[in-house]
Design a protein around this ligand. Structure first.
Ligand SMILES: Nc1ncnc2c1ncn2[C@@H]1O[C@H](COP(=O)(O)OP(=O)(O)O)[C@@H](O)[C@H]1O
Ligand SMILES: [Mg+2]
Length: 189
């Protein structure tokens, strides 16, 4: 049994949301979207041909499987085209720099931020038009306004929804998620 704190609604009541007209399927533009390659064919294939604006990708896997390594390589590749933000709530900037050196990646356009507070992470993502951002990881980022511990069900849900909202504004975001022994991304009970 895991206690789950239900947070109150954050939207202002009584305020009508702006209405938007649904569009007929046939009128949706099918002009090809410019896709950014990750530099790794298999990853591009899984993404349907590359990274699109507003993409929100959850990269799940066992601890130690190579998620941070893969995303650092992708981030370094994309940063050849423009600025890329790599947020790590798990390792220090120095650790990430050492890993980058080991991988032989080096880019003036790759920016590191060692931070777990989701408010700071969101502000950093919104601070400039990044080509892409990485947040490593879902379970270690947290909202300090919530009482529950980082990695708890309530925190994971809040962090994921906040980061998804910022991704939908245009900056593609890759979010790392650890998979537990049960094969689930939710915290172990
Ligand atoms: N493709 C790979 N082949 C061999 N070793 C790898 C590969 N990717 C990562 N590693 C090694 O595996 C270890 C864990 O990788 P890491 O990226 O930290 O995993 P995660 O972020 O999933 O916990 C590191 O020592 C890393 O150098
Ligand atoms: Mg990692």
């Amino acid at each position: 049994m895991v206690e789950e704190v239900v947070e109150g609604p954050r939207t202002q009541t009584g305020k009508k949301s702006a209405s938007r007209d649904p569009v007929p399927l046939s009128q949706v533009s099918t002009e090809p979207i410019a896709r950014q390659t990750t530099g790794i064919d298999e990853v591009d294939r899984v993404l349907g041909g590359g990274i699109v604006p507003g993409a929100f990708v959850l990269l799940g896997g066992d601890p130690g499987i190579g998620k941070s390594t893969l995303l650092l390589q992708i981030a370094a590749h994309v940063s050849q085209q423009g600025p890329v933000l790599y947020v790590t709530a798990e390792e220090s900037e120095v650790q990430t720099r050492i890993r980058a050196e080991r991988l032989g990646v080096n880019s003036e356009n790759l920016f590191l931020l060692a931070e777990g507070d989701v408010r700071t992470i969101i502000a950093a993502i919104e601070s400039r038009p990044w080509l892409m951002a990485v947040v490593d990881s879902l379970q270690t980022a947290y909202n300090p306004e919530m009482e529950s511990a980082p990695g708890s069900v309530a925190q994971v849900r809040d962090v994921a929804s906040q980061i998804m909202r910022v991704a939908k504004q245009g900056c593609p975001v890759f979010l790392v998620g650890h998979v537990n022994k049960e094969g689930s991304m939710r915290p172990a009970a």
